[in-house]
Write a protein that binds this ligand. Structure first.
Ligand code: PLP
Length: 353
């Protein structure tokens, strides 16, 4: 029998580590989930869809893709739905990086962009952030197959203006610029910030997720807007039924409930300011955020993570995200906010070196 060995490039891979759980949902501020949950219409839609659980889902999520396409004013052929945007990132790697391709990412990057590249035997070129922002001039100097621009960025929460993305697209030698807009709904003016209008200029793709503003992280739905040839390649290599029936129904219901979506946006922006102010008042530096989390610089990262955990609040240590000396705090709901305020009132939470 042949000895079974994993491909050699997989041996040094650092796997993705999800955020720690807290004793309560309100105190779970480590994974940037929606503090207000999903639209109430989602629950009804999921219950209805569950009655047909014995039937395979629509492989290409036709109705959902059509609704997404109409929402963005682009043809349905330019939309692909995935099992979270993470699946789509892996498909991009499989199609365009397998066996020696190169992806250029910011450093720190969204971890899945790096992991997916390494999994398929590609190379990641990491370009350090400049003042917490993508250094697009330096990234444009890197010959690459894919260039990832996470906008707004995770873990810093910074936003690159659309014109800068356009200039990057013009100057980067990358075959495809992938703009990951997981958090774009929390930017002050998402329509002005999004790269979707750049799609018609070619060479660019936009990733979106239902996990953040739509509150469907547990159901796993994301989508890619891209030139039709890119969508065709990915459609041909994907697992046929990766987006299940409940997830498709939920995403449609979430997309149609504009009132809930706007309430989440307003709540998040208001609460983000309160969380930023709370940490600033305590003497911490906070990176101005355009997302549903804030990055707080802390002299004693492990200590603050431990003290918050003891108070029932889970946050993400910056070291796990490539920003040592920081913690990333997701925007809470009202109960989580009261919890966080109580915890931070303890003098032990003040910055320590
Ligand atoms: C920048 C970024 N892209 C993609 C994702 C993953 O989204 P999904 O849940 O759709 O896989 C996340 C999740 O945290 C993220 O931060």
């Amino acid at each position: 029998m042949t000895e079974l060995t994993a491909r050699p490039w997989l041996s040094g891979l650092a796997p993705y580590r999800p955020g720690a759980a807290a004793p309560s949902a309100a105190g779970s501020l480590s994974s940037n989930e929606s503090a207000l949950g999903a639209s109430p219409h989602v629950v009804d839609a999921v219950v209805r869809a569950a009655r047909s659980a014995h039937r395979y889902p629509d492989a290409l999520a036709t109705e959902l893709r059509a609704e997404i396409a109409a929402r963005h004013g682009i043809p349905t052929e330019q939309v692909l739905v995935g099992n979270g945007s993470d699946e789509l990132i892996f498909l991009l790697a499989l199609a365009f990086l397998a066996g020696g391709g190169t992806a250029v990412c910011a450093d720190p990057a969204y971890r899945v962009d790096e992991i997916s590249t390494q999994v398929v035997g590609g190379t990641v070129v990491s370009v350090p952030l400049a003042e917490d922002q993508h250094d697009l001039a330096a990234m444009a100097a890197v010959p690459a197959d894919l260039a990832y621009v996470v906008n707004p960025h995770n873990p810093t929460g910074t936003l690159v203006p659309r014109d800068a993305v356009r200039r990057f697209r013009e100057h980067s030698p990358a075959g495809l610029v992938v703009v990951d807009e997981a958090y774009i709904d929390f930017a002050p003016d998402p329509l002005a910030a999004t790269a979707v209008p750049l799609l018609r200029e070619g060479g660019l793709a936009v990733l979106r997720t239902f996990s953040k503003a739509f509150g469907l992280a547990g159901l796993r739905v994301g989508y890619l807007l891209a030139p039709t040839p890119v969508i065709d390649v990915l459609s041909g290599i994907r697992a046929p039924f990766s987006v299940n029936r409940l997830a498709q129904a939920a995403a449609l219901a979430a997309l149609r409930d504009r009132t809930h979506h706007e309430a989440v946006r307003v709540h998040t922006i208001d609460m983000r300011r309160r969380v930023s102010d709370l940490f600033t008042r305590h003497g911490y530096d906070v990176v101005p955020s355009h997302t549903n989390f804030v990055l707080v610089r802390v002299p004693d990262e492990a200590g603050l993570v431990r003290r918050l955990a003891a108070a029932g609040i889970a946050v993400r240590p910056g070291s796990a995200l490539g920003v040592p000396g920081a913690v990333r705090v997701s925007v809470p709901g009202d109960e989580g906010w009261r919890h966080l305020q109580r915890a931070m009132a303890d003098p032990g939470m003040l910055p320590r070196t």
